[in-house]
Design a protein around this ligand. Structure first.
Ligand code: HAX
Length: 440
């Protein structure tokens, strides 16, 4: 058993009584109420999920295992000779809640390195898909195709004790996580770099290998580390995390579940927003003929977008009510490494004008930028200008979080998810009763 799996087993044993006690002694305790607005309005703020991997505070932003983004970046062991932590140490943190030692992080890296190779049938399949297919379709298909490898499905079919479900779930998750960056890079080089494929390096960490397979020099390995960490998790109610959890709650394995989660990520209101932001920004740059953006011109483009009934991509959030710390962390990287980048200047100018305009318009509950208003510019600077690939990058990162979550889902025996629906007539009856009730 790997060092991480052993540690996880210990953590799970310690945690199980907490969940069991809550269920046994406090099941009937009310946490909140649900109103008609929330039922029709996408369950906003309905507290109905539990996860210990991350927590999103509307004002403070994300905490991974109780650490803020700056704390995560400062506390985790750095990838050797680099400025950012290795992803392997972050995976350890997400799964166990502990900051690993350098040796512990190295053990994860060694484990991933034995599993990096992409099965030949996945490569064959990717090569047969029409090249103009969206890379997210390719990515999700590759994950789904590997379902035949699932240890969880095999062991479940042959009869397994429920308390052991998490173990093959963990094994599947590690197999997937080890391969995802290579699959993403393979798709990129096949689709956008004339099939000039670069084989994986089996001795280095995920960040270094990803930059190597993408064919991009330093400091892109640090960009990859930062990007994957920042995009990993955002509580469990966001669409990709929730979808992965929901599918896994049927005891579908990690391959089926992640593939479904990636499909949710592919929507324009979720992961596709990075692509949408870049597309929109390109349009602005084109209209300005590449000139330095002035505040006046920028304001005009923002208003034109709003007046044509579209949203400003990369701004607003369903939960956050301040500038996304993931935006801020990438902004710091840009300020250090690419302060004179033309696109970065546009992004900065947008940061100056958009919040006030959204406030003036008075619709968006959060006028501040989210992660997607910064991520694409960073990728663009390092030569990834094919912006429909950005959601795939998001997907590699998001897998870290959602896979950690579904391992714990099985460890804590979370059941099949099955909320209750009502009809519109029933809601109308409830509404009518609330009026007659208030008149009494
Ligand atoms: N530009 C213009 N209008 C906006 C807006 C924006 N950036 N953000 C919200 N609004 C509007 C909404 O469209 C809505 O209008 P209607 O009442 O006419 O429908 C109104 O403000 C209230 O919306 P909200 O409650 O503030 O926001 P929601 O929780 O409904 O939606 C979204 C959150 C992120 C989907 C929304 O802010 C949005 O569409 N933003 C632009 C797209 C985007 O950046 N998405 C990425 C989010 C981060 C993420 O999950 N990445 O994966």
């Amino acid at each position: 058993m790997s060092l991480l799996k052993e540690r996880l087993a210990q953590k799970i044993e310690e945690h199980r009584p907490r969940t069991a006690k809550l269920l046994k002694e406090f099941s009937e305790v009310k946490v909140g109420e649900v109103n008609i607005g929330q039922i029709i309005g996408g369950a906003r703020d309905v507290k109905s999920l539990v996860t210990d991997i991350s927590y999103l505070d509307p004002m403070e932003g994300i905490r991974f295992r109780s650490y803020t983004i700056p704390e995560v970046l400062a506390k985790l062991p750095l990838a050797e000779g680099n400025e950012y932590p290795c992803i392997e140490s972050f995976w350890w943190l997400l799964l166990t809640g502990d900051v690993p030692t350098r040796e512990e992080a190295q053990s994860v890296r060694d484990e991933f390195n034995t599993k990096k190779i992409i099965p030949q049938y996945v490569i064959d399949l990717l090569r047969r898909i029409p090249r103009d297919t969206h890379p997210m379709t390719m990515f999700s298909t590759a994950v789904l195709a590997m379902q035949r490898e699932s240890k969880f499905s095999r062991e479940y079919a042959s009869g397994m004790n429920k308390s052991d479900y998490w173990k093959p779930m963990y094994d599947d998750a590690v197999e997937i996580m080890a391969k995802l960056p290579s699959i993403a890079a393979y798709i990129y080089r096949m689709k956008y770099r004339n099939d000039t494929l670069i084989p994986p390096n089996y001795t280095v960490d995920i960040g270094t290998n990803f930059a190597h397979m993408m064919g991009i020099g330093k400091p892109y390995d640090d960009v990859a580390r930062l990007y994957f960490i920042l995009h990993s998790d955002h509580e469990s109610g966001n669409a990709s995390a929730h979808t992965t959890h929901l599918v896994a709650s049927t005891l579908s394995d990690a391959y089926y579940s992640l593939s479904a989660g990636l499909n949710a990520l592919a929507g324009p209101l979720h992961g596709l927003a990075t692509q949408e932001f870049l597309r929109w920004l390109q349009d602005v740059v084109k209209k300005l003929d590449g000139k330095e953006p002035t505040e006046e011109l920028m304001k005009k483009f923002v208003w034109d977008t709003l007046n044509s009934g579209q949203v400003i991509p990369g701004y607003g959030h369903a939960v956050l009510r301040k500038t996304d710390p993931r935006y801020e962390a990438q902004r710091q990287f840009c300020l250090k490494h690419l302060p004179d980048d033309k696109m970065f200047k546009y992004v900065n100018m947008l940061y100056k004008v958009v919040p006030d305009i959204l406030l003036e318009q008075g619709k968006a509950k959060n006028p501040w930028p989210n992660v997607d208003a910064q991520s694409g510019v960073l990728q663009w600077h390092f030569g990834i200008k094919e912006y429909d690939f950005y959601t795939v990058l998001f997907g590699v990162g998001r897998a870290l979080g959602v896979l950690s979550n579904i391992i714990w889902d099985r460890a804590l025996y979370y059941p099949l998810e099955r909320p209750k629906s009502l009809t519109t007539t029933m809601l109308e009856d409830i509404a009518a009763k609330s009026i007659s009730g208030s008149k009494v």
